[in-house]
Design a protein around this ligand. Structure first.
Ligand code: ACO
Length: 378
């Protein structure tokens, strides 16, 4: 057997062949199934993008209408799941609540007919439809309120904002939220997607696949950076404080949150789109000093760190957008999960099509031939 060099974090080692998404980090290009993210953000919807990611083609008018209707029909969560969620501690993180609830879905649909397209379609519909309801339900229940029933007249994103805020959503806010979901739907072989594929490769059910990916996304090195961006902007507090803050970070070799990316060495194309969305949101709902602070940060970081390829990433502006929509900070990562379910399901389906169980090797660096010491002699 060929012995490969060990790479911490498997950096640069392909974990799969995939035709779902493509990133060119030098040119700042992101494509889903070959279509540029800018085009999808301006012309598509999240559900159409999810369909594209999962079934590899843009749907026809009839196909998208049928898909949207199926999702609409499956938005409500079972009362037993709701009752289970009611017993979760209010102080628990919404990502943990989401992981437990997604896993619990598997109890209701334990049949694994993984090569049947109808089973795959049902699982896709059920997960895309119910994950936003679970996130909104936990948010209301932890405040001591009953969850709100999904609104049949509203589209995917409008309905989520309605369930979360208990009022009809503003159309611009709903459209901007939908674009945020498109931007976060998929991003090649990141940690949670890898986790989803490893779990999928054992031929377990898709609810376990999504639950394991949610658990992986929850960590601060992956999905949690946009929460930290908000804390940082609040700490900086004014445009005048930006330059000294950044100079201090550079001097202490501290990472500036929302900047830098393992793959992108230019500005993340999703950050450019989000910056524009933030501008639209602030124009309609009132100016926000944190947006000015963010713009100044981008200018100063570019001046100081562009030579290292450090530019804003997707997390830099997304938190500002969600904050302006009144969404609590600890829901930012669950919202990332609502979007990324589309990518995880696309990878689940792709993994099943050419499955081989993941079974990497390791470099053993422990002891050998050690004799057992009786407990009295230790
Ligand atoms: N602020 C200041 N300097 C930075 C930053 C940053 N945010 N990111 C990287 N650098 C510098 C490093 O100090 C290093 O400098 P050096 O060569 O002088 O030592 C150089 O750029 C390379 O940095 P690495 O840490 O090796 O880059 P890596 O590719 O491993 O890290 C990462 C990428 C983890 C995203 C990093 O940029 C970071 O921690 N950013 C802040 C957190 C963040 O915003 N995460 C969200 C990423 S997007 C997402 O996950 C959805």
């Amino acid at each position: 057997m060929m012995v490969c060099e060990y790479k911490p974090g498997l950096e640069g080692i392909p974990a799969a062949e995939s035709s779902i998404s493509f990133v060119d980090g030098q040119k700042g290009i992101l494509e889903y199934r070959g279509i540029r993210i800018e085009e999808l953000a301006s012309k598509s919807t999240f559900l159409e993008t999810a369909y594209l990611l999962i079934w590899n083609e843009l749907p026809t008018k009839e196909q998208i209408a049928e898909f949207e209707e199926e999702i609409r029909m499956h938005r409500r969560i079972k009362y037993r799941i709701r009752d289970m969620m009611k017993s979760f501690p209010e102080s628990g993180h919404p990502m943990d609540a989401l992981q437990a609830s997604a896993a619990a879905l598997g109890l209701f649909y334990s049949r694994r007919d993984l090569h049947n397209p109808i089973y795959i379609r049902d699982a896709v519909v059920r997960l895309l439809a119910t994950i936003p309801t679970m996130v909104a339900a936990f948010q209301l229940m932890r405040k001591g309120n009953d969850p709100v029933r999904p609104h049949d007249e509203l589209d995917y994103s409008g309905n989520f904002l309605y369930m979360l805020n208990e009022k009809m959503p503003d159309p611009l806010a709903a459209r901007i939220f939908d674009v945020c979901l498109i931007l976060h739907a998929e991003h090649t072989m990141n940690a949670s997607t890898f986790s989803a594929r490893v779990t999928a490769s054992t031929l377990t059910d898709p609810y376990a696949v999504v639950a394991s990916a949610v658990g992986t996304l929850g960590g601060p090195l992956h999905g949690g950076a946009n929460e930290e961006v908000i804390q940082m902007l609040e700490e900086i507090g004014s445009v005048e404080n930006v330059r000294p803050y950044i100079e201090d970070c550079i001097q202490r070799k501290a990472k500036i949150m929302g900047f830098g990316h393992r793959v992108y060495k230019v500005k993340d194309p999703r950050a450019t789109i989000l910056q524009d969305l933030a501008q639209q949101l602030f124009a309609k709902f009132g100016h926000d000093k944190y947006f000015d602070i963010a713009q100044e940060m981008e200018r100063v970081v570019e001046e100081k760190l562009a030579h290292k390829g450090i530019y804003p990433n997707v997390d830099f502006y997304s938190g500002l957008v969600y904050r302006k929509m009144g969404i609590p900070t600890d829901l930012f990562t669950p919202i990332f999960a609502i979007a990324r379910v589309a990518g995880w399901l696309a990878h689940w389906k792709e993994q099943l099509e050419e499955n081989r169980i993941f079974r990497p090797t390791q470099v053993y660096n422990g002891r050998h031939a050690v004799s057992y010491t009786p407990i009295e002699q230790r």
